[in-house]
Design a protein around this ligand. Structure first.
Ligand code: NAD
Ligand code: ZN
Length: 360
C-alpha cells in the first residue's frame, strides 16, 4: 500500500493506494467506533462494492443512500436528497459521509458534506480511474447548474481517500481510457519523467497490471497533491490542471455532453493546446505528435470533429470560467512536463490550432 500526504495545515490528509483494501478494516477508512457513517453511492457501483465497504467498517452504524447513475444527476435535486437523508437519520456533527463511486458521486456527496451543519467529515472511496487520479483529491466539490457545469460548489477536503485498484477490474474500457487522459495531463504539465514512464509502460497499463496501476495512480496523485498543497484555491499554479480543459468544455457543450466522455474531450483539448503551443513557438515542434501517439495508445480520440467550427468553440470558451478581461487564459506548454498559464493567444492563432486538429 502506498500513502501520499496532502499537506494543508489542519486540513491535511492521507490518500491510501493499494489492492485488497475493500472488505478489510484499514487506516484509510478509520471512523470512531460507535459513530455513524452515511455511504452515498450509485446504482452501478453499490451492487459491486457496497457490501465490501460495509465489511471494512466494523463497529460503525452504517446508513446508505443509492442514487441513480449519471452526470445528469449531479444536480441540486440529488444534492438535496443527500441532505434530506442526513436530516432523516438525524445525523449529528460527528457523522462521516463516505462517497463510493466515480467523480459524480464524489463531487455531489462531498458538497453535501461541505454544507450539512456547515461541514462534516467525509471520506472518498473513488472507484473510477478518473476519480482515483483526479477528482477525489484536492477538495473541489459541487454540482452542475443547467447553465454551467460545476457552477455551484465549495472547497471541502476529505479526511482520507481510499483508492483500492481492485475496483478497476469492473470499470468499462471506455471509462478507463477517459481516466488515462487525466493521467497524461498531469504528466504533460509537470512531470516529464512520468511522461516517459507512461510511454514505456503502455502494455502493462492497458492490461491493468496491479503493480503498474499502483505506480501510475500514486504518481498521478503525488503530482496533484503537490499542486494542491501549493495552491489549494486555484489562485495560481492549480490552474495548470486545466490543460486541455477550455477546449474540452467547449467541445462537451457543443456536443451536448453526449458524444464524448469528459476524458475524451480532454484528450482532444490537450492536442489543440499543444498544437497552439507549437504554432506560437512556445515549445519545440513535435510535441503534439508525441502526445497524440501516447493518447491514442490508450484508446483516446485526438481529432476535433470535422464539423466543429472555430468560431463556435471560441464563443463557448468565452463562457468558460477561464476567460479574464476578454483574453483567453489558456494552459500551454513550453516543453514536455512544463505547463504555463498564458493569455497572449489571438483568436486567429486559436482558430488555426483548432483547424489543424481537425481531420485533414
Ligand atoms: N472534484 C474534482 O477535482 C474533479 C476533477 C475531475 C473531474 N471531476 C468530476 O468528476 C466527474 C467525472 O467522474 P467519472 O469519470 O468518475 O464519472 P462517473 O462518476 O460518472 O463514473 C463513470 C461511470 O463509471 C461507473 N463506475 C465507476 N466506478 C466503477 C467501477 N469500479 N466499476 C464499474 N463501473 C464504475 C459509474 O457508475 C459511471 O457510470 C465529473 O462530474 C467531473 O466534473 C471532479
Ligand atoms: Zn478533467
Amino acid at each position: 500500500m502506498q500513502t501520499i500526504r496532502v499537506e494543508l495545515a489542519d486540513r491535511s490528509y492521507s490518500v491510501f493506494i493499494g489492492s485488497g483494501m475493500l472488505g478489510k478494516s484499514n487506516a484509510a477508512i478509520s471512523i470512531p467506533a460507535g459513530s455513524t457513517a452515511l455511504v452515498v453511492s450509485n446504482e452501478t457501483v453499490a451492487p459491486l462494492y457496497l457490501q465490501a465497504l460495509e465489511d471494512s467498517l466494523a463497529d460503525v452504524q452504517i446508513q446508505t443512500l443509492i442514487l441513480p447513475d449519471g452526470e445528469q444527476f449531479k444536480t441540486l435535486e440529488y444534492w438535496s436528497r443527500i441532505i434530506n437523508k442526513l436530516v432523516e437519520i438525524r445525523a449529528t456533527r460527528d457523522i462521516t459521509l463516505i462517497t463510493l463511486g466515480g467523480g459524480v458521486i464524489g463531487d455531489l456527496g462531498g458538497f453535501a458534506a461541505a454544507c450539512y451543519m456547515r461541514g462534516v467529515r467525509f471520506i472518498q472511496v473513488p472507484t473510477s480511474l478518473l476519480a482515483q487520479v483526479d477528482a477525489s483529491v484536492g477538495g473541489k466539490t459541487g454540482f452542475n447548474h443547467p447553465q454551467g457545469k460545476n457552477l455551484v460548489g465549495a472547497f471541502h477536503q476529505p479526511v482520507s481517500v481510499m483508492v483500492d485498484i481492485d475496483t478497476l477490474k469492473t470499470l468499462p474500457e471506455r471509462e478507463f481510457s477517459a481516466g488515462m487522459a487525466e493521467v497524461v495531463k498531469i504528466a504533460a504539465i509537470r512531470d516529464e519523467a512520468f511522461l516517459n514512464w507512461l510511454e514505456n509502460n503502455v502494455p502493462g497499463i492497458n492490461a491493468r497490471e496491479p503493480d503498474t496501476l499502483i505506480n501510475m495512480i500514486s504518481r498521478s496523485i503525488q503530482n496533484k497533491a503537490d499542486v494542491v498543497t501549493e495552491d489549494e484555491r486555484e489562485a495560481g499554479v492549480r490552474a495548470l490542471l486545466n490543460f486541455g480543459h477550455s477546449f474540452a468544455h467547449a467541445l462537451e457543450t457543443l456536443t451536448d455532453y453526449k458524444k464524448f466522455l469528459h476524458g475524451e474531450a480532454v484528450a482532444i483539448g490537450m492536442m489543440v493546446a499543444s498544437r497552439l503551443s507549437e504554432q506560437r513557438g512556445l515549445c519545440a515542434p513535435g510535441f503534439s505528435d508525441r502526445l497524440g501517439k501516447l493518447l491514442q495508445s490508450f484508446g483516446l480520440p485526438v481529432g476535433m470533429p470535422d464539423n466543429s467550427h472555430p468560431d463556435d468553440i471560441l464563443e463557448l470558451m468565452k463562457l468558460d470560467k477561464k476567460v479574464i478581461a476578454g483574453a483567453y487564459r489558456l494552459i500551454l506548454l513550453t516543453a514536455a512536463g512544463q505547463g504555463i498559464i498564458d493569455s497572449d493567444s489571438s483568436n486567429e492563432q486559436i482558430a488555426a490550432a483548432i483547424i489543424a486538429s481537425q481531420p485533414q
